[in-house]
Design a protein around this ligand. Sequence first.
Ligand code: ADP
Ligand code: MG
Length: 344
Amino acid sequence: MNEKRTEISSLGEFGLIKQLTQQFPINQKSTIKGIGDDAAVIKYSMDKHTVVSTDLLLEGIHFDLMYCPLKHLGYKSVVVNVSDIYAMNAIPRQITVSIGISNRFSVEALEEFYDGVRLACKNYGVDLIGGDTTSSQKGFIISITAIGEVEESKLAYRNTAKEGDLIFVTGDLGASYLGLQILEREKKIFLENPGVEVKLEEDQYLVERQLKPEAQRETIELFHELEITPTAMIDISDGLSSELKHICAQSNVGCHIFEEQIPIFQETYDAALKLHLDPITCAMNGGEDYELLFCMNKTDAQKIYGRHGIKCIGEIKNSSYGLVLESKAGFHHEITAQGWNHIL
Ligand code: ADP
Ligand code: MG
């Protein structure tokens, strides 16, 4: 932690905004005017559509500052927003960041948050072009808006999956949920025995998936490079089951998913068993993975088979088929967005 503590009041609102936003360069040619006027100005080319997504994050509801470092929080807040832009098959270009803060936070603490925001802006190639700063009585409040662009023909909605499409997911599912369980467990131990050493090294991968997730930039760039467009797409923020239900309900189709194909890394699998949880249930219902779930016609799908980190997990069926999960033993189960009573 930073030793120095500068009170927000010593800078005032405008001084604080200047301090927090001064080291954000403008890199996108579509950013005409960034921070500093009444509104930012963006100019995308005529043939593109603009994609906008906003998230509101509240302390105590969406994050816990006891175990979430402010830099990670800044990074993650940006990532969850650009992930929504990617899920439309669009390229994020700009973000705005609005914060509600109390005098509990020092200027240094807020700078840590903006360090994370800056790193995410760099990694995902977006410009910070504005925001708002206001006081909050207690908790930390964050609202981020991401703005991106894409050709109309490349937009990937949730409601356009077709019978016969193949269903894919990127990456690894369930790790973020398990990371959260581990952080909650350590918090409890710490609160009961203050001073006890918190050991997280062993579960570093899982904890990192929870605290510092990444959005799937490479996958979207691959689609654009290969000139293929998913027939439907969604990012996995609430768990695979829930996202499959969204796509199927909105597209009026069913699906058949093979348990065997659901991507679960060895670390994730082992950690689930250690915590007496079913790895498949964690992968299906965990959430906050920020991987992509997408559907693709069989011709386009040929081009991405075997691509690193992309896995075919099933096929879109007609609506009367329902949502089916075929277990490793060959049994068929209906996919439901389950709670967490399902403990082995
Ligand atoms: P206004 O009074 O018009 O809301 P502000 O004084 O709040 O303007 O903001 C001045 C400039 O600083 C604007 O460009 C605004 O978008 C930007 N800004 C304010 N707060 C933040 C923040 N927390 N992060 C990034 N930009 C900010
Ligand atoms: Mg303002």
